[in-house]
Design a protein around this ligand. Structure first.
Ligand SMILES: [Zn+2]
Length: 481
């Protein structure tokens, strides 16, 4: 039996349990370091599979690591399970239909992401045992990918230092090996402190923190023309100083999210944004307090292991969707715009065909891709260990992520087929790497070469802790289960 066939069969043998795990996580959508029910599911599955389990890694109550095997190379498989706010949506229907108005929903498919990664780690564990191979496989259950940057803290604090290669995936509209680029970012809170006063009777005695925020935003607007094309700065008011216009606002906070193609460019841009804040404080007679909230590095590629994953993906082929899957995908497509669909194809360097509701190909490694670049905390992992990710089709072509349409498809049969496929790609890549010390060595050489030229410097300063604000009653309930 071919190595691939054996590992694919090991994945298939446990598909039902892990599809059920994904569906249960879908049913309890939790966000930003509050993923207590979701991580409890992952902990239970790891224990049932006989992994050595460490809960609460990196000081994060909703993070977990499971390890199996002995000696040899260490392969990490990364999973996520957090949801997004305001995206509650009934599954399996092609219209906007929240289950709970204002509730959370799995708008990025992380219920599938975590379950498939855990299934891949399980299949590698079983494969090592069946063949008596000396190697270790680790599953990292990482919380708070959406805005919490958990993996960046883990990378900064050395949790991947003894790992030889890291593998992950993300649900997608296409099948492809992820290219090694994304935007680095830094989220920084600027709190201006001024002086309250009666806005009509004594405005000369007040110093407005809200004015400072507004001047800061104007400064950033002028900065935008003079920064690299791929850089971005977005902002949100966390505190606009209250609701009383007749009181000069004594305190106001604006969060700036700065993005750039790489870490040195990000550092330069962040320094310029900080100068603008100083300028705004000077103009308004206020003081500015600067606090880094979180940050992530850009993804960096690693050709030897990308080629290895591409070979494994090509052997497996595209996700085997059926006529029912196409039917539901077509219903979803009726809710999408032509621009959504065209943008989706541009990202994998293809012309938009007349009719392709679900991806039926594996994109080549050497493809041109256009736009659609965000940030991911896998970026930091890629700076400390050779890292590769798959993108596997789980939903209709053109589906924009972080929308109700993604949630609606999150436990559909097509999504289940996609997650099983992703587990096979990752497990096959892991077993191929374990059997190819030369590839692991080549990957390490590429990595070390980059480190020598540009050493990793995590965008989150050492003294900053993860932004964990756990809801205590929820934590108690989950621990009690
Ligand atoms: Zn995501």
């Amino acid at each position: 039996m071919l190595n691939e066939e054996q590992i694919w069969k090991l994945v298939d043998a446990k598909r039902a349990e892990f599809i059920a795990l994904s569906d249960r996580v879908f049913e309890t959508p939790e966000t930003l370091y509050n993923e207590f029910a979701s991580v409890a599911e992952h902990v239970a599955a790891l224990k049932a599979e006989g992994f050595t389990v460490t809960e609460g890694i990196c000081g994060m109550p909703t993070a977990v690591m499971g390890e199996a095997g002995t000696e040899g190379p260490v392969i990490a498989i990364l999973g996520e399970f957090d949801a997004l706010p305001q995206l509650s949506q009934a599954p399996g229907v092609a219209e906007h239909s929240p289950i709970e108005v204002g509730g959370n929903g799995h708008g990025c498919g992380h219920n599938l992401l975590g379950a498939a990664s855990l299934l891949a780690a399980t299949a590698v564990k079983d494969w090592l045992a069946e063949n008596g191979i000396a190697a270790r496989v680790r599953y990292y259950g990482c919380p708070a990918e959406e805005g919490g940057a958990a993996k960046a803290y883990m990378a900064r604090d050395g949790l991947f230092d003894d790992v030889d290669a890291a593998i992950s995936w993300h649900p997608s509209t296409f099948n492809a090996v992820q290219h090694g680029h994304s935007l680095a970012n830094s989220r920084i809170d600027f709190t201006f402190h001024g002086k309250a006063a009666h806005a009509a009777a004594a405005p000369h005695l007040g110093r407005s923190a809200l004015d400072a925020c507004e001047l800061m935003n104007i400064g950033v607007n002028y900065l935008r023309e003079h920064m690299p094309d791929s850089a971005r700065v977005h902002y949100a008011y966390l505190d606009a100083g209250g609701v009383a216009p007749n009181v000069v606002q004594a305190k106001a906070t604006v969060r700036q999210l700065v993005r750039a193609a790489d870490l040195p460019t990000l550092r330069d841009l962040v320094a310029r944004v900080r100068s603008i804040a100083d300028g705004a404080a000077l103009m308004t007679g206020t003081e500015v307090e600067v606090k880094v909230y979180s940050g992530v590095s850009n993804l960096v590629g690693n050709r030897p292991i990308e080629e290895m994953m591409q070979r494994e993906f090509d052997k497996l082929g595209p996700v085997p969707f059926d006529a029912d899957d196409l039917g539901f995908a077509n219903e979803i497509r009726q809710t999408l715009t032509k621009d959504d669909i065209a943008a989706s194809f541009q990202r994998v360097g293809r012309e938009t065909p007349a009719d392709l509701p679900l991806c039926d190909f594996v994109a080549p490694l050497d493809r041109t891709s256009n736009g659609g670049e965000g940030s991911t905390d896998v970026g930091d992992v890629s700076w400390v260990v050779p890292t590769v990710q798959a993108r596997v089709a789980t939903c209709a072509v053109g589906t924009p992520f972080h929308t109700w349409q993604t949630v609606a498809q999150g436990k559909a049969p097509a999504a289940h087929k996609g997650m099983i496929h992703a587990a096979k790609v990752m497990a096959a890549t892991a077993s191929a790497l374990i059997q190819s010390p030369d590839t692991l060595e080549a990957a390490r050489a590429v990595h070390n070469d980059r480190q020598a030229k540009t050493p990793y410097q995590c965008p989150i300063p050492k003294e900053v802790s993860p932004p964990i604000i756990a809801k205590p009653e929820k934590a108690a309930r989950a621990i009690g289960q």
